[in-house]
Design a protein around this ligand. Sequence first.
Ligand code: SME
Length: 162
Amino acid sequence: MAEDLTISKGTKAEQYQHLLPQLQGLLTGETDFVANMANTCAALKEQFGWLWVGFYLIKDDELVLGPFQGPVACTRIKKGRGVCGTCWQQEKTIVVEDVHSFPGHIACSSLSNSEIVLPLHLDGQIIGVLDVDSIKTADFDDTDRHYLEEVVRMLLSTDSNR
Ligand code: SME
């Protein structure tokens, strides 16, 4: 298993293309889902330098904070609340160019200006979300949606999530 990540420069797509095989290497063979979520956050944060990268998992009808990298965050989010709770409700990726204009946005950090949240689907059921926050307005676009959905697929296709 690779212990060190090689950080790349270039376009956003090139950065993802460099990172994804390394992430696959990190995840492959590891059977612990928490460990794999943790390394996924770390790898994304290290490559892109975003403010916050982390997981919320559905437990007893709430999203509960999981592994993350970045400032401390709110621990529980109800369905339909904020960007994460909306992603859970709609079960689709949500890209928010300006969090300040998203109704009900939950500001875990006042430094966050844009956000992308992706659902985690396992066996057709949503089990949580991947949340990424940036200090830059409109930092996320279809390229992030495309590659982060691939990251989520990669994570959930390891044998660590059951
Ligand atoms: N901003 C999110 C809450 C989670 S933090 O950003 C880590 C939301 O509105 O759901």
